[in-house]
Design a protein around this ligand. Structure first.
Ligand code: NAD
Length: 316
């Protein structure tokens, strides 16, 4: 059987599929040529990440397709319900990248707390002529230890981020309208484990108490953080959004930075991808990454092998 991994797949995933007797193609076929390619090459399994879209027209035009697989979590690029109505299996790998996203958030938070995002921009320009000036500019850093992290959305990634925070010595508070409490198991290198119960509290309390706020909610109709929410936050809060563009109102964020309500913020996701607003890209108070939360070798390996094992268990 033929598998097309149109947005790529890890070598570990290819190996697992080939071992089970599948042919795997990693050619990136242009969106408008995809239907022809799938039919001509008799593709049974189409694997995508976020770049390729799988809409009704493709599902209708490719009757031999059996599985649509998304390496990662969000399936906004696939007409999932429609595909399932037509008898296709739609699979994803929801847990594979949680820890990678959590670590990216912490990369940003540690960086923002010590102005690394600015120092890395300015040292190449002024590091020799204005060393002392830069040293003074970045003198008021803060530690994360002992500070309060507010987690909005306490699912897989929210909980993974909370674990990293607990390991870093932070207090963790969380809001999730669909979850009352969670038990977090922190595993250490030598097999020791610590269990931690966290009860969620109201959104307002999280916003009021947190020194650092991180969002891990799914895409939704309304902003989760808009002007009213910014107004409830502590002055000088640091915010991170590695969830989805559109859960934070970017215009309200820039205003909150200008007023000093938000000291600094990190964005891995943007309302306009792949062309974020220039006001964000040029803003010195922002630490920016191009949607790379899940982009680690470890996460890609887990995504590949998880997809392979699901395909094998469905198709044999
Ligand atoms: N940056 C990246 O590269 C990257 C990678 C993977 C996933 N993500 C995104 O991260 C987000 C979280 O993923 P996950 O796997 O943890 O999902 P999840 O479904 O496990 O958790 C999401 C949680 O948010 C809660 N929630 C829903 N609406 C809420 C609201 N308004 N306020 C507070 N909580 C709310 C849900 O009850 C759920 O517990 C998703 O948006 C996903 O697309 C980003």
């Amino acid at each position: 059987m033929n598998v097309l991994a149109n947005d790529g797949i890890s070598q570990s995933g290819i190996d697992a599929l080939e071992k089970a007797g599948y042919n795997v193609s990693t050619t990136t076929v242009a969106q408008e040529q995809l239907i022809n390619y799938i039919n001509e090459k008799d593709i049974s399994v189409l694997l995508v990440r976020s770049a390729t879209t799988v809409r009704k027209d493709l599902i209708d035009a490719c009757p031999n397709l059996k599985i649509i697989g998304r390496g990662g979590v969000g399936m906004d690029n696939i007409d999932v319900e429609y595909a399932r109505e037509k008898g296709l299996h739609v699979i994803n790998t929801p847990a594979a990248s949680s820890h990678s996203v959590a670590e990216l958030v912490f990369g940003h938070l540690y960086g923002l707390a010590r102005f690394l995002h600015n120092a890395n921009r300015e040292m190449p320009l002024e590091g020799d002529s204005n060393f002392k000036g830069l040293k003074k500019a970045y003198a008021k850093g803060t530690e994360l230890k002992g500070k309060t992290l507010g987690v909005l959305g306490f699912g897989r990634i929210g909980q993974a981020t909370a674990k990293v925070a607990l390991g870093a010595g932070m207090k963790v508070i969380a809001f999730d309208p669909f979850l009352e409490k969670a038990n977090l198991e922190l595993e250490f290198f030598d097999g020791q484990k610590v269990n931690f119960d966290i009860e969620t509290i109201s959104k307002e309390d999280v916003l009021k108490q947190a020194d650092f706020i991180t969002l891990h909610v799914p895409a939704q109709k309304d902003y989760v953080i808009d002007e009213a929410e910014f107004n409830m936050m502590k002055d000088g809060v640091i915010l991170a959004n590695a969830a989805r563009g559109g859960v934070v109102n970017e215009v309200a964020l820039v205003k909150a930075i200008e007023s000093g309500k938000v000291a600094r913020a990190a964005l891995d996701v943007f309302e306009k991808e792949p062309k974020p607003e220039i006001q964000l890209l040029m803003n010195p108070s922002l630490s920016l990454t191009p949607h790379t939360g899940a982009a680690t070798n470890e996460a890609q390996d887990r995504i590949g092998t998880e997809l392979a094992s699901q395909i094998v268990s469905i198709l044999g």
